[in-house]
Each structure stands twice: as structure tokens, then as C-alpha cells.
Design a protein around this ligand. Structure first.
Ligand SMILES: Cc1cc2nc3c(=O)[nH]c(=O)nc-3n(C[C@H](O)[C@H](O)[C@H](O)COP(=O)(O)O)c2cc1C
Ligand SMILES: CC(C)CC(=O)C(=O)O
Length: 381
């Protein structure tokens, strides 16, 4: 039975070729940060309040003038077409059905306009990797024109984290067929058939601005995560000028950087260690959250991702001051396991778990959860 995000992970492990599952599931170095994300979330506790009216539970929040039905969304993840052809359109539509936002990665296998069209009424944010300034500018312009409502600049990938599983699987561009890969495909016929039916373009293109910039060198640079390392706080001003809507930074953990973000006119933060895929020595995102929230002093929304697998985890992050959270791998497990139905189910499970958690805590509204942070709870910071 698929009763939680971990069940979907096991199903994804069964159905995906090894090289795809490892890419999705894997982390940097020894996976210390990955485990810390989870164990720090698990070790937090929330003391429930009793005899409170919880007849109606309202999980909605308002962000940048838009209503979200749930205080969580889908984090940007690259190469979703590998999990299932058209993955980004499926995820984006599922997020819209759940009343949740969807963030599209620069490393999408689909053109950003096509993903936008999959959920025209939905909340969609565009994530930006800056490999080349020109390409970044083009993506920014096209995302603006297509109607993406916010821009998320990822700042924790000056260079790729050390992904040893990917190296062992030969997962790099150009992708060379090997006997190991052939065996991987033969033993996962359902995935292989679907990929064959979708055809090469789904994999050949890995940038959200599609064929326009899809030169082989650009694609190899993206997969190698060869970013423009000269991008610094001062150059953020250009981006700030180019993008007319809310600008968020994703991948920030240090309170001092949060203060710099405020000074540089950023509109929101996503406290994140990239799901443990970058610096293995990073603190867990949940342990870094209170420091960032304190530094920001309510001047902009602070989101968090990395390790969220349960409704209780969402409640804990919000109790520690997060405006909302994002999930990466869980929805990809859902996509791998059951396609659109699987993504709906994973999002639905998180929402159901959150409602039950809020009922048990005696906190019918999200704002009530936030007030828990001031209560004398055994919340470790
Ligand atoms: C397969 C995969 C691909 C990712 N690709 C991107 C990306 O292209 N851009 C980005 O900003 N973050 C990327 N991330 C990081 C996620 O946005 C997010 O920070 C992370 O998955 C959260 O941790 P979780 O998977 O434990 O929920 C990726 C994560 C995964 C698992
Ligand atoms: C294709 C990559 C650039 C996606 C990424 O950021 C990741 O694997 O963590």
C-alpha cells in the first residue's frame, strides 16, 4: 500500500532505471546532510493544545497576493522528463489541482511556455541557474512574457555537489550507452517503452528555453552544473532590474546572507541545502531556519525545503517561522510510481497529514501554528 512519501519512494525505486532513481534520490558525498535534514526534522516535537475548536481547519496562506490552498509547493527539480516524459507539465497541473505553487527548473526538458500552458491559472515560479548571463537574461524575459509570477535564483550551486552515484552510473553528458545501461533499461521495460515512445527530444533538451539555447555545450554545462561563479551580490542588481515581479533567493542558510538579501531588494528566501545534494557539511535546513527568520524580521516571506516528507514536518517548519515549505523528491517519487495520479496522491497525503496534525495540535489556522513558536515548547533551535 502507498500510504506515505516513503512508500512512494520504494515504488519509484522499483519502477525507475537505477541511473534515474539514483539521480533523483541521491545526495552529495556521504549523504550526511541528507540524513541530517530528516533526523533534525524528526527530533523536533510540538506540544499540542487541547479543548480548542478544530471543526474547520484552514491550511491556506497568501503569498505575493495569491492564495495557496496549502502552505507547500513543488520545488524546482531538473530533468523531470527523465522520471516521466512531460514531467513538468504533469507536476505543474497537479500543483494547480492541489492549490499549490509549482517552480520550474532552468534544467527542464520542456520549454517554459509549454509548462506554463499546462496550468495557466496556477501559481508558477521560474527557477534560474546562471551559467551564461545572456542565456539567463533570455530565460528571465521569456518567463516574464509567459506569465511566471516570481523568479527564484538558486544560489547554492556555484559548482556541482559531489554526486558519486551519478559518477558510478556514468550519468553525464554526452550520455554514452554502456552494457550496464542496457541492462538497466531491459530490467525496467515500462520506463524504457514510455521513453522510447516519447522520443529523444524529451531527453536531448535539458534547458527550459528549449532549442533556442539548446547547444550541446550549454547542455553539458548545465548537467555538469558549470555555473557562472562570478555572480556576486553586486551583480544581483541587474537581475533585480530585469525581473519585474518578486525575486527570491533559494539555497541560503546563513543569517548574515539573509540580511544581505534584505539590503539587496530581494522579496523572499528559500532556506535550503538543495536536499543535501550540494555541500554535505551544510546544516539541516530546519536547523538553519530560525536564524534566517530572526535576521529577516518579517521583512519578507521565508520558505524552507530539504527533508519535508510528512505533514508534521510542514507544521514544524511553520512553527519555526517558515511562511511555507517546498518538496522536491516526494512528488518525483509519486510521478515515477503512478504518473499524474501519483503526484496528486503525494500532494494529497501531505495535505491530509497537515490537516490531521493541525487538528491534533489544536491549531485550526496556519497563523495559530506560527504562534506555537513563542510557546514554551520543547522546540530545539
Ligand atoms: C532530482 C533533483 C533535481 C533538482 N534540480 C534542481 C534544480 O534544477 N534547481 C534547483 O534550484 N534545485 C534543484 N533541486 C533541489 C530542490 O529544488 C530542493 O531544494 C530539494 O529537492 C529539497 O529537498 P527534498 O528533495 O528533500 O524535498 C533538485 C533536487 C532534486 C531531488
Ligand atoms: C540538472 C541539475 C542542474 C539539477 C540539479 O540542480 C540537481 O541535480 O540538484
Amino acid at each position: 500500500m502507498l500510504l506515505n512519501a516513503d512508500d512512494f519512494r520504494e515504488e519509484a525505486r522499483r519502477l525507475l532505471p537505477r541511473f534515474v532513481f539514483d539521480y533523483v534520490d541521491g545526495a552529495a558525498d556521504d549523504g550526511d546532510c541528507l540524513r541530517r535534514n530528516r533526523s533534525d526534522l524528526e527530533s523536533l516535537t510540538l506540544a499540542p493544545r487541547v479543548l480548542r475548536d478544530t471543526t474547520v481547519i484552514d491550511t491556506s496562506i497568501e503569498v505575493f497576493g495569491r492564495q495557496w490552498r496549502v502552505p507547500f509547493g513543488i520545488a524546482p527539480t531538473g530533468l523531470n522528463g527523465l522520471v516521466q516524459p512531460g514531467g513538468d507539465a504533469i507536476l505543474s497541473a497537479a500543483a494547480d489541482r492541489a492549490g499549490a505553487p509549482f517552480a520550474l527548473s532552468t534544467a527542464s526538458n520542456m520549454r517554459l511556455e509549454d509548462v506554463r500552458a499546462a496550468a495557466p491559472g496556477g501559481v508558477q515560479w521560474m527557477q534560474l541557474y546562471v551559467m551564461h548571463r545572456e542565456m539567463a537574461q533570455r530565460i528571465v524575459q521569456r518567463a516574464q512574457k509567459a506569465g511566471y509570477q516570481a523568479l527564484v535564483l538558486t544560489v547554492d550551486v556555484p559548482v556541482s555537489g559531489n554526486r558519486e552515484l551519478d559518477a558510478r552510473n556514468g550519468f553525464k553528458m554526452p550520455f554514452r550507452p554502456t552494457p550496464k545501461l542496457a541492462w538497466d533499461l531491459i530490467t525496467h521495460p515500462r520506463w524504457a517503452l514510455r521513453a522510447a515512445r516519447a522520443g529523444a527530444p524529451d531527453f536531448a533538451n535539458i534547458t527550459a528555453d528549449g532549442a533556442d539555447a539548446g547547444s550541446a555545450s550549454m547542455q553539458a554545462a548545465l548537467l555538469a552544473r558549470a555555473m557562472d561563479r562570478s555572480l556576486v551580490w553586486e551583480t544581483l542588481a541587474r537581475l533585480r532590474d530585469d525581473w519585474k515581479g518578486p525575486l527570491l533567493l533559494k539555497g541560503l542558510l546563513h543569517p548574515h546572507d539573509a540580511r544581505l538579501a534584505v539590503e539587496h531588494g530581494v522579496d523572499g528566501l528559500i532556506v535550503s541545502n538543495h536536499g543535501g545534494r550540494q555541500l554535505d557539511a551544510s546544516p539541516s535546513a530546519i536547523s538553519a531556519l530560525p536564524g534566517v527568520v530572526a535576521a529577516v524580521q518579517g521583512r519578507m516571506p521565508v520558505f524552507m525545503d530539504s527533508g519535508i516528507r510528512r505533514g508534521t514536518h510542514i507544521a514544524k517548519a511553520i512553527a519555526l517561522g517558515a511562511t511555507g515549505v517546498f518538496v522536491g523528491r516526494p512528488v518525483l517519487y509519486g510521478l515515477a510510481a503512478r504518473g499524474a495520479v501519483g503526484v496528486d496522491r503525494v500532494l494529497g497525503l501531505l495535505a491530509e497529514e497537515l490537516v490531521r496534525t493541525m487538528t491534533l495540535l489544536g491549531t485550526p489556522r496556519i497563523a495559530d501554528l506560527r504562534s506555537l513558536i513563542d510557546a514554551p515548547l520543547n522546540v530545539r533551535q
